[in-house]
Every structure is written in C-alpha cells, then in structure tokens.
Design a protein around this ligand. Sequence first.
Ligand code: SAH
Ligand code: SF4
Length: 429
Amino acid sequence: MSQILSTHGYAESHDMESADLVILNTCTIRAKAEQKVMSMLGALRKIKVQRPGMKICVAGCVAQQEGDHLLQRMPHVDLVLGTQNIYDLGTYIDRVAGTDRPVVATTMSKAFRIPAFLPADRKNSEPADELYSFKRFVTIMQGCDNYCSYCVVPYTRGREISRRAQDVVEEVRKLVAQGVREVTLLGQNVNSYGRKLNGTALPCTFPELLHQVAEIRGLQRLRFTTSHPKDLSDELIGCFRDIAILCPQFHLPVQSGSDAVLKRMNRHYTIANYLERVEALFSCRPDLALTTDIIVGFPGETDDDFALTMDLLERVRFHGSFSFKYSDRPGVRSCDFDGKISEEVKSERLAIFQRRQDEISLARNSAYVGSLLEIMIERTSENAFQGRTGTNHIVHVDEKTDLAPGDLLEVEIVHAGQHSLKGKVDSMH
Ligand code: SAH
Ligand code: SF4
C-alpha cells in the first residue's frame, strides 16, 4: 500500500494526529483482533472532528467482512477496501479525495489474479521505519482453500491464488538492489504454493521458488511463513539442508494435540503424522527453532483432549508458540458445533499452556548461553544495540557499535530470558 501511495503523492508518516490519510489494515482472524480495529476507529473519530479533511481507510479482512455495515457503524470512514481490491488503492484514494462521499470496494472474485506489482524506485518509497530498509515481507500467494472449520480466512481473503514466480523473484531482486538483506516469503499456506497459479505463469513449486530466490546475489537471509503440516513435503524439509541462507526457523501450526479435535478442525493430519514431520525436520537441521500455533477451548474439547495438547508440548518442546482461546468467527462451520467451552475454562487452559510454554522457552533459550550466534543488527542506540538470530531470537547487547541495521555480526550469548537473549562482543576481539 505504501508503494502504491508513493506514486500518488503520499509519503509515510508515523503520526496519526497530523496525517492526511490514515489506513487501518485489518485482521479478523480472532474476535480480539476485530475489537481492536473498532476501538481504534473510535479514537480516530475524535481526531476527525478536529480535522474533518483527514481521510480514513479501513483495508483488509474487517473491511471485506463488514463492507457497507462498517459505514453504518462508523460513518466517519471514507474508504472500505477489501482484500482483493487493495491493489487498486490508488484509484480509490483519488476517488475519495476532495469529496465527502464514502466508497466501499469489497468485490471478491474467483477469477482474481495478483497483479505483477513491482516495487517503485526507492526515492519515492523510503520506509518510515528503519527496520524495513533491510528486511521485508514479500507476498507469494493470497487466500486459502483449506477451510479449517474455525477459520475465517477462506471467506475474507478468498480462494487461494499464487503469484507468478517471476514476479516474486523480480520483486526480491529489486528490493535487494535497494539494500534489503532479509526477506520473508508470505502466504497462508506456502507449502501449496504453485498449485493455483495466475493464468499464464510457468509451473513452480514452493521448494523451487525458494531455490530461485536464494540465488539472488546480495540476499543474506531468507525466511517464510506459514506452513500447513499436511502439505509439508520432503523437498521442502530438504531445503533446510541445501539452502545456506534459509534461516533455521520453522513455524508449523499444530492447533491441538488431540486427533479427535484435529478431525473436527478439518486439519487433515494426525499427531503421529505431525511428529514424524517434526522428526524429519530436526534430522535435516538439528539447530532449527520450531514454533507453533495452538487453539484452546475448541468446541467439544474435553479435559483429556487438552491433556493431549499438553502432552504434545512436552514431546516436541516447541521453542515458542502463539496460543489463543477459540472464538466464533462469522460464517465458519465451528460456530454451529456443540460443546462450546466457557470463557472461564478457556482462560484456565490458556494460562496452563502458556505457563508451561514459558518454562520450556526459557530452558530452550538457556541452551544457547555460551554459544556464538550470528545476528543481523536491527536497531542501534548510543550504548546498545539489538539484533536477531537465524533462529529468530532477539539478542540485546549493551555495547556501542559502529555497525548499522542490516549488518551481520557474531555475538556470544551470555544470558537467556523467556522471550529474548543477551549477548556480548567485546571480549571476542
Ligand atoms: N494459515 C495459518 C494460520 C492462519 S491464522 C495456518 O494454517 O496455520 C493464525 C492462527 O490463528 C491460526 O493458526 C490459529 O491458531 C488461530 N486462529 C484462527 N482462527 C481462530 C479462531 N476462530 N479462534 C481462535 N484462534 C484462531
Ligand atoms: Fe485458516 Fe490457515 Fe486453515 Fe487456511 S490453513 S483455513 S488460513 S487456519
């Protein structure tokens, strides 16, 4: 979006109070994410009363889901921009400029194709956050066809469609020429990349795409997210052995430790399948940091089902995880499932899971103490800096540095916390 806007005379700003245009790019995956959007729109209403010329755009999944309803609830919004319409942001922004009439653009089509959409020249699209000068996300696909029974994504983001490999490679090449050193390839289910390609595109699988991107000279780190366990191929696992710049980090959402729950979730794998894939990953890349997503309190989840999730946590000892209380989303199948779990039980299970995960993360992190890890510097200040390891751990160093964000440096890990590490360089020279 900032790329498009940079060619329409806009520059990025950090300041909501003075911006001419505020875009809320929204998520509706869980009820909590949607509530955040609504409360932020409430805050924006107050600013707009003071400065009626300010334009407000709601883009993404909440826009797609709510459409016209959003304007009824939030009449101060100028543009409601759905997930497939984002590429036309420039046209719509011009349309709402200088008028008071709001526009709703939330068409969704099976024939949707991701446009070539290459980055603009750097001078016009200087990012406001220095992080994005050396690391970027690159979308490789949009939508999802998996229909996990709890998930709103197939409805809000539409059918799965892969971007052309040549467009992805070209975008990364341009970004690298502009100084980007780390790229994360993005899709809801990257493992199925290439199954449904844009009309004229040449066939390409995800492992093939990874190899093509990794060959781009100057790119120093490559990551991707997210993978679905049912589509995790041996070829993809092999990439962790064969591609030097592919970081030893893997996010493999499992959702639950109970086969019965997984079945009702429509996930198409068992815990035995999952454990077999995890073993294959670690035998290819022993230093891999594995993370996952967990939903607690899915409809019908018994104490025994939850105990199986805790069991899985003990067996895999994930380096970290994102865990959530199940919430009903509009139009998804699990809304109608029996055996809804009370908020109280969901909160209890979440707390039990998170407490144990924190202990395991701390133990995993403590194992890095004493070792040398390469970090890419992310932020520097006068007497300290922080960087990120290939395993995606943040490392804080309380020392001065002449290096800049994006530079690589080896540090000795001296202390571990649950969510980050501490390192030092001075004694190494
Ligand atoms: N495409 C990815 C993840 C997409 S959503 C995948 O398949 O794994 C990110 C996470 O949000 C999911 O992994 C799931 O754990 C969580 N989530 C999705 N819908 C949810 C719901 N209705 N309630 C609670 N958590 C949900
Ligand atoms: Fe949602 Fe991911 Fe399942 Fe797709 S694969 S439906 S995005 S949880």
